[in-house]
Design a protein around this ligand. Structure first.
Ligand SMILES: C[S@@+](CC[C@H](N)C(=O)[O-])C[C@H]1O[C@@H](n2cnc3c(N)ncnc32)[C@H](O)[C@@H]1O
Length: 276
């Protein structure tokens, strides 16, 4: 039973952390002329209205994207800024916010191929409708972890996979690393971005260790904590397998910018788990 709907959380601090990294990795891959594949196995509906009832109910974007100023974004955040401003039609604070599929569609070229997967029936329908006229986009309605393994390696042999589970099912802390390990075995040169929440229960600690143990390629970890551990999600984590060599430096340079979203006790961590 899928009850998670990203519309309640779109544009929150975790989306800022995750989508900024996603845009930086895309930008790096786009430097090469060859076509690439972008595979988003937990895609959501693709685009969000921050003025609708879901977003207003939680108000999470208010301490995320809407808390950032319109101007003076650092150069390293430029690709993310571009897609966010485009979705917002240059109004600030933004009324509309791009999900990961929209970010991928906006940043890539006509020769790239985009595969978006979503299991929730209504989210899937919204996603399919949104990209119906984009011939680069292939929308799937299947289980994310099954598709993660089945869809790699893509024919292009270049590209990335975003793995952004909702962690509604406890078992995902075991099944996600397992599927990632299988996908890496099938596509050792692919870049994989795996998001996870930082919650007071600490389930992410063994999860991160499992990912470290079960994968082989260069691995970067970043965690963005907005407050000390307490009730609810206090931070956003991302593990990047086969990261661009420039990513750690770009994130380090954005430490001060991320600081705008932190309360006391907040912190951006960047850790090279295994080098290139
Ligand atoms: C965190 S949201 C994705 C947000 C999106 N990646 C973004 O950044 O805009 C997770 C999505 O995964 C979907 N989902 C949950 N379990 C799934 C599964 N087993 N297979 C495919 N999709 C699933 C949920 O319906 C939800 O839309």
């Amino acid at each position: 039973m899928l009850s998670y709907l990203h519309g309640f959380h779109a544009g929150n601090f975790a989306d800022v952390h995750k989508h900024l990294i996603f845009a930086l990795v895309l930008e790096h891959l786009l430097k090469k002329d060859k076509p690439m594949a972008v595979i988003d196995v937990y895609a959501g509906s693709g685009f969000y209205d921050l003025g609708d009832a879901r977003a207003k109910k939680t108000g999470e974007a208010d301490s995320g994207i809407a808390a950032l100023p319109d101007t003076a974004w650092p150069e390293a955040a430029a690709p993310y800024r571009e897609v966010v401003r485009r979705a917002a039609a240059h109004h600030w604070p933004p009324r509309f916010y791009p999900g990961s599929p929209q970010i991928a569609a906006d940043l890539t070229r006509s020769k790239d191929r985009l595969v978006f997967n979503e299991l929730h029936p209504r989210e899937y329908e919204a996603l399919k409708a949104r990209f119906a006229s984009d011939s680069r986009v292939h929308v799937h309605h299947r289980d994310a972890l099954e598709s993660l393994v089945a869809l790699v390696p893509p024919p292009e042999k270049r590209g990335l996979v975003l793995i952004d589970p909702s962690y509604e099912v406890k078992d995902e802390y075991r099944t996600v690393p397992e599927a990632l390990a299988k996908a890496e075995e099938r596509w050792p040169t692919g870049t994989f971005l795996l998001w996870y929440p930082l919650l007071a229960g600490g389930a992410h600690h063994p999860f991160v260790q499992t990912v470290e143990r079960q994968t082989n390629g260069p691995l970067l970890q970043t965690e963005f904590c907005v407050r000390p551990p307490g009730a609810g999600m206090y931070g956003s984590g991302m593990m990047i397998l086969n990261p661009p060599w420039t990513l750690a430096g770009s994130l380090e340079s954005l430490r001060g910018w991320f600081g705008q979203l932190q309360g006391p006790g907040g912190l951006l961590r960047v850790r090279e788990v295994r080098g290139q």
